[in-house]
Design a protein around this ligand. Structure first.
Ligand code: ATP
Ligand code: MG
Length: 591
C-alpha cells in the first residue's frame, strides 16, 4: 500500500533529539537512559517528584519557570522550580503532619488550579499514591473511584466537595482528611483549609528513600470500551516520561510546552505535569475549557513552542476553518503532537495548512504510562499512521492462537493485535482489584493492548481499531478508523463514528454516524452523496451501507467517540457504564 508522505525539511533549530531513528533504536538501552535522571541523593531510590522538580534546583536551574498558570478570569501565576519545590515540600510536610502514611491514596479533585500541581508533587514526595480525578465528573463516578481506591485524603475545592462528595461521604469510611482550597465549610469534621495547613508547614522536606517499584499513581482509564479500570504505575515510570519528553515531544531547554489534557486523564498527568517538568521546560497550564479563540490566544501570547493536544479538539478547530487563525502569531510554535484517538489523515494535512506544521500523532494507553508509538520530529510523516515504536520499546502485530500462545505476524500490512514486549519502566504494575484481568493482558512476555494495527513495509504502524470495535463483514475485517477517515475527507463531514450492525447475510454491515460542518444540510441528497463518496474511496465491501446524521457524537469526557454507545443505542441494548460520558454530548471533551 502506498501512502502520502510529509517529508521533513533539513533539521531545524534546535536539532531534534532523535535525528536518526534506526541508529537511536540500535543504541538505546533503558539502563543507559537512566543517566537522564538523578535518583534520590545517596542512592536512596527514585522518586518522580524529585526528578520533576528538586533536582533542577540542585543543578542551579531553580530560577527557571516551571509552571505558568493562566486562570480562566485572566489571572496569571508563575512558579519557578524553586518555588514549586518549596510549595510541594510544604504539602508533603502537611500530609505527614496529618499522619498520612506512604502508600495511602491521595485523591485530587479540582480544576486546573496551581494547587493541583503542588498537591500531586507533594503527595508523590510523601510517597503517597496519587489519583487525580476529573473535576467535571458527577458525584457517582467520583465517589465510586474514591471508594475503589480507598481514598485516605481528598484534595478539592469547597464547591466541588459540597456538590459532589459531601452527601456520599458515608461511602468513604477510610477518607480521613479533606483538604479544601478555599474556605472550609462549617461543621465539617476532618476538613482542613489548604491555606492554613500548607503555610504552617516547613518549606524544607527531606525525602525518604523511595523504592522505584513502589506505586506512585492510580489512574482510571477513559471507559471508552466499558467500565473504567484502575491502573497502577510505579515511580520508575518517570524514566519513560523523561525519554518520551525528549524523543516523542522533542522537548529542549527553554521550551514553552502546553499539553491541553486535564490531569484527570493519564495524558494530563504524564504529559501535563511530569514529562515537561522532568525535562526542565516551562509548563503552561490553562484553566479554561476548550474554545478555539482562547487556545489560539494562548499559543500566541505565551509563545508556546511545543503543543500536545487531541483529535477531538483538532476536529473542532477544523470545523471552524483555518480563517480563524488569520493574524495569530504562531512564530514560536515548533512542534505539534496529538494523542487519544486515531488522528485522521485529513487532520494532519489540515495542521500543515492552518499552522504551517503537521500534527505528529502518537499512540499510548493508560496502561502503558507513556507514549509508545510516535511520529518523531525528524522523521517523515505518513498521515494516518501513528508512527514507529519508541526506542526501547519492541512492538509487534500478533494473533492469539487457540492454544493460548501468540503468533507474531511478520508480514507487512496484515492486521492483528498490537503487542509490546515486556517490561518497560512505565508499564502498568496492576489493575486495581482485578488481578485476573491484569494477568490476561500478558502472554509469552508480551503485553496485549486490545488495539488492532498493522505495520507497513517501512516499519510505520497503522491503527485499525479497538479489538472490540472491529467489524466483520462478508469475510472482511473492517476497522472503523479507515471508514471514518474516508468520510472525513468529504468537505461536509466534521466527525464520523462507525459501527457494525448484525446482518443475516454479511455477518455485520457497516453503519456510520456523521456530524456535519456548519452550512451543510442533513438530508437524503447529502446522505446519497456521502454513501457514494465512501464507496468510491473504500470499495463496496468496506463502505458504509447506512449513514445517519447526528448533531454530535457521544464522547467520553476525555474526547473519545464512544462507538459502543452508538451501537447499544442502535440495537436497543443496555448502555453500560456511562460514568465518563460527556454529559451534553456537545463539547469536544476536556482535552
Ligand atoms: P477503556 O480502556 O476504559 O475502554 P480507553 O482505552 O479509551 O478506555 P485510555 O487508556 O485513555 O482509555 O485510551 C487509550 C486508547 O485510546 C488506546 O488503547 C487506543 O484505542 C486509543 N488511542 C490513543 N491514542 C491513539 C492514537 N494515536 N491512535 C489511535 N488510537 C489511539
Ligand atoms: Mg483501554
Amino acid at each position: 500500500m502506498e501512502h502520502a508522505r510529509i517529508h521533513k525539511p533539513a533539521p531545524t533549530q534546535p536539532p531534534p533529539h532523535l535525528l536518526d531513528y534506526e541508529a537511536t533504536v540500535a543504541q538505546f538501552s533503558w539502563v543507559q537512559a537512566a543517566a537522564l535522571l538523578d535518583g534520590l541523593p545517596g542512592g536512596a531510590g527514585l522518586n518522580m517528584a524529585y526528578e520533576a522538580v528538586d533536582r533542577h534546583v540542585k543543578h542551579g536551574r531553580g530560577h527557571r519557570t516551571a509552571i505558568r498558570w493562566l486562570g480562566k478570569n485572566g489571572e496569571r501565576q508563575s512558579l519557578s522550580y524553586t518555588e514549586l519545590a518549596r510549595a510541594s515540600n510544604q504539602f508533603a510536610n502537611a500530609l505527614e503532619g496529618l499522619g498520612v502514611l506512604p502508600g495511602e491514596r491521595v485523591f485530587v479533585l479540582m480544576g486546573r488550579l496551581p494547587e493541583l500541581y503542588v498537591a500531586v508533587l507533594g503527595a508523590l514526595k510523601a510517597r503517597c499514591v496519587v489519583s487525580p480525578l476529573f473535576s467535571a465528573f458527577g458525584p457517582e463516578p467520583i465517589v465510586t473511584r474514591a471508594e475503589m481506591g480507598d481514598a485516605r485524603v481528598l484534595v478539592t475545592t469547597p464547591e466541588l466537595y459540597q456538590r459532589k462528595v459531601r452527601d456520599l461521604r458515608e461511602r468513604l469510611p477510610g477518607l480521613k482528611h479533606v483538604i479544601v482550597v478555599g474556605a472550609v465549610p462549617a461543621d465539617e469534621p476532618g476538613v482542613h483549609p489548604w491555606g492554613a495547613l500548607v503555610s504552617a508547614a516547613s518549606t524544607r522536606y527531606t525525602m525518604a528513600p523511595t523504592d522505584p517499584e513502589s506505586t506512585a499513581l492510580l489512574h482510571f482509564t477513559s471507559g471508552t470500551t466499558g467500565r473504567p479500570k484502575g491502573v497502577e504505575h510505579a515511580h520508575a515510570a518517570v524514566l519513560a516520561h523523561a525519554v518520551t519528553g525528549r524523543y516523542a515531544l522533542d522537548l529542549h531547554d527553554g521550551d514553552v510546552f502546553w499539553c491541553t489534557a486535564d490531569p484527570g486523564w493519564v495524558t494530563g498527568t504524564s504529559y501535563g505535569i511530569l514529562a515537561p517538568l522532568v525535562c526542565g521546560v516551562t509548563n503552561v497550564v490553562v484553566e479554561a475549557e476548550f474554545d478555539a479563540q482562547t487556545w489560539y490566544g494562548v499559543l500566541q501570547s505565551e509563545r508556546v513552542t511545543v503543543w500536545y493536544t487531541a483529535p477531538t479538539a483538532i476536529r473542532m478547530m477544523m470545523k471552524l476553518g483555518a480563517d480563524a487563525l488569520k493574524g495569530v502569531d504562531l512564530s514560536a510554535l515548533r512542534f505539534m503532537a496529538s494523542v487519544g484517538e486515531p488522528l485522521n489523515p485529513e487532520a494532519v494535512v489540515w495542521g500543515l495548512e492552518a499552522f504551517g506544521l503537521p500534527f505528529h500523532d502518537n499512540w499510548w494507553q493508560t496502561e502503558t504510562g507513556g507514549i509508545m508509538v510516535s511520529n518523531y520530529a525528524a522523521m517523515d510523516i505518513k498521515p494516518g499512521s501513528m508512527g514507529k515504536p519508541l526506542p526501547g520499546i519492541t512492538a509487534a502485530v500478533v494473533r492469539r492462537l487457540a492454544d493460548g500462545c501468540l503468533e507474531l505476524i511478520d508480514a507487512p500490512d496484515v492486521d492483528g493485535e498490537l503487542a509490546l514486549k515486556t517490561p518497560w519502566p512505565s508499564m502498568m504494575r496492576a489493575y486495581l482489584h482485578e488481578d485476573e484481568r491484569y494477568r490476561k493482558c500478558f502472554v509469552d512476555g508480551w503485553y496485549l493492548t486490545g488495539d488492532l494495527a498493522h505495520r507497513d513495509a517501512d516499519g510505520y504502524y497503522w491503527f485499525v481499531g479497538r479489538a472490540d470495535d472491529v467489524i466483520k463483514s462478508s469475510g472482511h475485517l473492517i476497522g472503523p478508523f479507515e471508514v471514518e477517515s474516508a468520510l472525513m475527507e468529504h468537505p461536509a463531514v466534521a466527525e464520523a463514528g462507525v459501527i457494525g450492525l448484525p446482518d443475516p447475510m454479511a455477518g455485520e454491515v457497516v453503519k456510520a454516524f456523521v456530524a456535519l460542518k456548519p452550512g451543510y444540510e442533513a438530508g437524503e441528497p447529502l446522505r446519497r452523496e456521502l454513501l457514494g463518496h465512501a464507496r468510491k474511496r473504500l470499495g463496496a465491501a468496506v463502505a458504509p451501507k447506512q449513514i445517519d446524521f447526528r448533531d454530535n457524537l457521544p464522547k467520553t469526557r476525555s474526547g473519545k467517540i464512544m462507538r459502543r454507545l452508538l451501537k447499544a443505542r442502535e440495537l436497543g441494548l443496555p448502555e453500560g457504564d456511562l460514568s465518563t460520558l460527556e454529559s451534553d454530548e456537545k463539547k469536544g471533551g476536556s482535552t
